[in-house]
Structures are given as C-alpha cells and as structure tokens.
Ligand binder design. Structure first.
Ligand SMILES: *[C@@H]1O[C@H](CO)[C@@H](O)[C@H](O)[C@H]1NC(C)=O
Ligand SMILES: *[C@@H]1O[C@H](CO)[C@@H](O)[C@H](O)[C@H]1NC(C)=O
Length: 340
C-alpha cells in the first residue's frame, strides 16, 4: 500500500515537473515581415488575398486553381516561420504546404524541407507531415507524421523550420518537434544548397486522404489557408546555382543564428520535443522496416519507442491516445512535394 502511494506521489511530482518544464520554454520572438518585403506570388494569382497591411495572406483553392507564394530570395541556411490557419470543415484531398526547396532551379539534385498539412474528412483531424530531402534523395523519403494537440483551423499556430549547417529543427509554436542533426553518414542527403521558401494550397485528391479514397469536394470550397507572422531570417543569396556558402557575411549571420536562443537546444527544449513526439507522432520512417529494412544511421532508435510502432512505421492502434483516425483506414502514402 505504502509502495503504491509512493508511486502515485512520484507520478504527481513528475507531472508537476513536466508542467514546469513546459512553462519554461522560451517563446519564439523573431522579426516578421510584410508579404512584399520577403515574398512574391507564385501561382493562382487571383486566389491570393493580401490584407490591407500586407502582413496576412490567404491562399485559396477552388475549382479553378490552388495558389501559392514563394520567397523573393533564396537563402543559405536560416530560420523560416509562418503562423498558419488551416481550412476547416470538410478538407479531404486538400494539402497545405510550407516548405523550403530549390527544386525549381536544380532539378535532379534538389534539396527540400517540408511541412505538409493533409486535409481530412469531416470530424477527422488534419495531420502534419515533415520531410527532409538532400541532393535529389527523393527515393529516400524521411517522413514523419503527427496529429496536432490543438485544432489548427480555429486559430493561427506558428510553424517554423530552422536549417543550419549543423542541424534541421521543425517547430510547432515554441516546441521543437523534430531535430535532424547533420551526421557524416547523411552525406548529400543533408540539404546544403540555397533554397527558396514556399507556401501553397493544392488539390492532392489522388493521395492525400486515405490513399486517395476521399477526393476534394468543391462544394465545401473555397478552401482558405491563411498565413501571417512571416519570418525569414537567413543569408540571402542572389544566384541560386553554384553559389555555395562562401561569403564571410553569410557565415557570420549563420554563426549568430547558431548562437541564438532559436538554435540552442536546451534541456527544456529536448524534453518538450520528446513529449510532443511521444504524444503526437503517428508515423516515422525510422520505424518503417518494410520500406527501410535497415534504419538510417541518423535515426535515434529508442527501443521503448520502437515497440509502440508497427513494422510499417505506423503507431500501433493501442497507443493512439485520441482515436481520431479511422481504425483500419489505409494511411496516405508517403508523399513528396515533387508529386506536385
Ligand atoms: C522580442 O525581441 C525584441 C527585439 O529583440 C525585444 O525588444 C522584445 O522585448 C522581445 N519581446 C519579448 C516578448 O520577449
Ligand atoms: C550530389 O549529387 C551529385 C550527382 O549525383 C554528386 O555528383 C554530388 O557529389 C552530390 N553532392 C553531395 C554533397 O553529396
């Protein structure tokens, strides 16, 4: 009995400690820009709606077209961020993406870092996918997928990508949710060339929701994704091709970024990241032994975590805290923005 009470007491202390750690996480505080200062329309011009102060942009997908914008410059490393509000209600087949890429200028050996938001049928949550490609490694997708611990359609939440020569970190609000450290084994699979930043909404009926079972239904359109708090911190480079990290200015800017609160991975951040992943990750390429019989060397395979995942890389149903995904439904196949 005493042992049991002690256990409960310990759990309470642990929970309290977790709350304290969460509270201690520093808020991301970066300079934001107006659309015109950092971005330019990419496609579906009529479906890009800019607010009067030019600090909020809405991208529409309707029967005629999706839409998108891209950064006016390319960047060699940096911190790229937007607060996004996703379309609500019935969004099957709709994909919203916020990502970095140089696929437009370097076709065969392009780099890419993705946040992809996969729409869903009514009552089912959006899922978020992150991915990393380097030097055209599109046959080696490094997808992870998560459910969000909030409704991303009711208010804005910040999604950020930190890319340095040392690591890539994806953030949701102030919480790092994924860190890919550069290891020698990754060789060219670690993105290394200047990239542009993109935001898009488009019709991915063929795969986005339950492997294409649910297509976009335009009776629920137009689908509106809004972007604000646009932040682009990094070294701008003019000529995209061939211009590798060489200028002292770029190196100095990156050194400053690496030393800043954004990039330093504190113990609190590591703990918050672990908690987010324990509670919300539903797929990881690191546990997908069907696709990759030998895990990539950069995978930090945690035995206690691995047991929660099937050989397909998907979280076992028993571990799905919120049973919001349909049992037995086939997950969307791993995706690449190259499919666009
Ligand atoms: C954010 O950063 C700016 C400039 O560095 C600073 O003046 C401001 O006080 C900060 N805000 C918060 C809430 O920390
Ligand atoms: C990228 O790929 C090209 C062509 O496959 C290869 O020649 C080059 O060495 C690779 N670069 C890196 C950094 O791995």
């Amino acid at each position: 009995m005493a042992g049991r009470r002690l256990l409960v007491a310990t759990a309470v202390v642990a929970a309290a400690a977790a709350v304290v750690a969460a509270a201690a996480l520093e808020a991301i505080n970066v300079t934001t820009v107006a659309f015109e200062e950092g971005y330019t329309p990419l496609f579906g011009f009529d479906n890009i709606l800019r607010s009067a102060d030019d600090r909020t942009v809405s991208l529409l997908l309707d029967r005629s077209t999706g839409s998108g914008f891209m950064s006016s410059s390319m960047y060699q490393h940096g911190f790229f961020s937007a607060s996004i509000k996703l379309p609500s209600d019935y969004t099957a087949g709709v994909v919203v993406a916020f990502y970095t890429s140089n696929g437009d200028v370097i076709e065969k050996r392009h780099d890419e870092l993705d946040f992809e938001f996969l729409g869903n049928i009514r009552g089912k949550p959006w899922r978020v996918q992150t991915n990393v490609y380097g030097n055209g490694s599109v046959s080696r997708g490094r997808e992870e997928r998560y459910l969000l611990p909030f409704d991303p359609t009711t208010e804005f939440h910040r999604y950020s990508i930190l890319w340095t020569r040392a690591a890539i970190v994806f953030f949701v609000d102030d919480v790092p949710i994924r860190e890919v450290r550069r290891t020698p084994a990754m060789t060219g699979d670690f993105p290394s060339k200047p990239m542009s930043i993109y935001a898009t909404v488009w019709d991915a009926s063929t795969w986005a929701t339950s492997g294409g079972r649910y297509r976009v239904n335009y009776r629920y359109g137009p689908f509106v994704a809004s972007f604000t708090d646009l932040a682009l911190l990094g070294c701008r480079v003019g000529d995209p091709i061939g211009q590798m990290l060489s200028s002292a200015a770029c190196t100095a800017a990156e050194d400053a970024l690496l030393a800043s609160d954004l990039a330093v991975m504190t113990l609190e951040k590591q703990q918050a990241m672990r908690r987010f992943r324990e509670q919300n990750m539903v797929y990881s390429y690191c546990y997908d032994t069907l696709r990759y019989p030998a895990p990539f060397l950069e995978c930090d395979v945690v035995e206690s975590e691995r047991r929660r995942f099937k050989g397909s890389g998907h979280l076992r149903l028993a571990f799905r805290r919120r049973r919001r995904t349909r049992p037995g439904s086939r997950p969307a196949r791993p995706t690449r923005a190259a499919d666009m």
